[in-house]
Design a protein around this ligand. Structure first.
Ligand code: 5GP
Length: 190
């Protein structure tokens, strides 16, 4: 029933999109299926290969690009590649649910272009760049150097928010999750 629809969540790292996506997957599990991306970074503590990401070596990721295995891919940070595998999308279509994506801003714009009207694209924005920086620091998942890369990229990413169907400002995570759920339910019922 939902098999031809996709929902794309993008936004700067630390804006809260992964939490929002997890909230949707938990609350409307019967309608949504998560697109597990491939990436070339190392797993964080608690991340599981094949569940959070398909973790690939840089070499294997580059081979995948050469062999045209990706619907879209980006070098999100220098030498850190992330991408949507065509095979993953095909596999997810086959279970009849809508697909939900958690991708960077460029990837979100590419997927929206690819899926057009079938896609709802949502830009998850922090209330300010200062708040984003504080959240990323508190998260303590990145090295100092990686943290700096993410902060400097965020300002540039914010300039693309008007290219998305909706902008969701995550001032309060609980409210943002609720708003996202309403947006998704409305879109899926259309
Ligand atoms: P993280 O390392 O924090 O898990 O992800 C870094 C960034 O890469 C996030 O903005 C995340 O949404 C994005 N990302 C994850 N998967 C993909 C993908 O398949 N394609 C693109 N373009 N970006 C992705």
């Amino acid at each position: 029933m939902y098999s031809n629809k996709v929902i794309i969540f993008s936004g700067p790292s630390g804006a809260g999109k992964t939490t929002v996506v997890k909230h949707l997957l938990k609350n409307i599990a019967s309608q949504l299926s998560f697109s597990i991306s491939a990436c070339s970074r190392a797993p964080r503590q608690n991340e599981i290969n094949g569940k959070d990401y398909h973790f690939l070596s840089l070499e294997d990721f580059k081979k995948g690009i050469e062999n045209k295995l990706f619907l879209e891919w980006e070098e999100v940070y220098p030498n850190l590649f992330y991408g949507t595998l065509l095979e993953e999308v095909e596999r997810k279509w086959s279970n009849g649910k809508a697909i939900i994506f958690d991708v960077d801003v460029k990837g979100g714009i590419s997927l929206k272009q690819h899926f057009g009207e079938k896609a709802l694209s949502v830009f998850v924005a922090p209330p300010s760049l200062g708040v984003l920086e504080e959240r990323l620091r508190n998260r303590e998942t990145e090295t100092k150097e990686d943290l700096q890369k993410r902060i400097s990229k965020a300002a540039q990413e914010m300039t693309h928010k008007s290219k998305f169907d909706k902008v969701l400002i995550n001032e309060n995570l609980e409210q943002a999750c609720q708003q996202a759920l309403e947006m998704a339910q409305y879109f899926l019922a259309e």
